[in-house]
Design a protein around this ligand. Structure first.
Ligand SMILES: [Zn+2]
Length: 125
């Protein structure tokens, strides 16, 4: 019984790892597309209005890219935690992360409570 359970969990972990890796690849492609887009328009000549518009687009793209970079590093972190055998456990309090949270955000390495605490510290800093 115990063996059957651990085999099933290991099988799930393989699936989760594939999912995390696929998500990381999608982010990498998106980041690449964003960089290419910024690069390709850099040489174009804009009038004043276009330039203002362009600046806000560039700022948006930069914010987007920084979000992608954060998400990518969280994914890489989740994969490292998974490989180390700690997947599904909160890295702050050690509680089991709910299956619902993990299926919604498989890259989670904190329970909802600790994530909330970490996020509020982050935004306060
Ligand atoms: Zn926790």
């Amino acid at each position: 019984m115990l063996n059957a359970t651990s085999v099933r969990v290991n099988g799930d972990l393989v699936q989760i790892r594939l999912r995390l890796t696929a998500m990381a690849e999608v982010l990498e492609e998106r980041r690449h597309a964003l960089a290419t887009n910024l690069e390709s328009t850099r040489e174009e000549v804009f009038d004043e209005l276009d330039r203002a518009q362009r600046i806000s687009e560039v700022n948006f793209a930069i914010a987007l890219e920084s979000g992608i970079v954060d998400a990518s590093s969280q994914l890489a972190h989740a994969i490292a935690v998974l490989d180390a055998g700690g997947y599904g456990l909160c890295e702050d309090c050690g509680a089991r992360i709910s299956a619902a949270r993990l299926s919604f955000r498989p890259e989670s390495t904190r329970c909802l409570t600790c994530q909330g605490t970490a996020d509020s510290k982050h935004s306060a800093a």
